[in-house]
Design a protein around this ligand. Sequence first.
Ligand code: SF4
Ligand code: SF4
Length: 148
Amino acid sequence: MAATRFIKTNFDLCTGCHLCQLACSQRLLGGYNPHRALLKINHSDENLYHHPVVCNQCRNAYCANVCPVGAIGRSAATGAMEVDHDLCVGCNLCHRYCPMGVVGVDVDLKKSAKCDLCQGDPRCVAACPTGALELAIWDDGPKAVDHD
Ligand code: SF4
Ligand code: SF4
């Protein structure tokens, strides 16, 4: 079984710039629309801190568990939970039951849209100027992926 990879968030480093969302939506849509990104940036009421919320690539994934057709499974190549659009029937249950609120809906395809870690090279991580997002791997516990 592939190791579980996920994006670790360091909210204390986040400036709320939204560059990660622009990079995500650019890959998905070929355009820049943070409202279509598959990660959220929550801001405190006083704008004192900003909290990135990303797909956890959960080891016990609710999105996969609720899917009635088995369309979501872990990629052996990347370790991410991916949607098979040939199987997806667009029921939106994964969108509704994601605990993080980050499984989206592709309004053009009318099917699920979820983070696949950009096939192992997440655009949001590359776009973040502060290190608030970090590609990590679960083994006995989370640790950062070594790119060297
Ligand atoms: S929208 Fe698609 S992937 Fe999501 S639960 Fe329904 S069939 Fe499964
Ligand atoms: S790019 Fe980095 S610093 Fe900017 S909002 Fe996203 S996580 Fe925060």
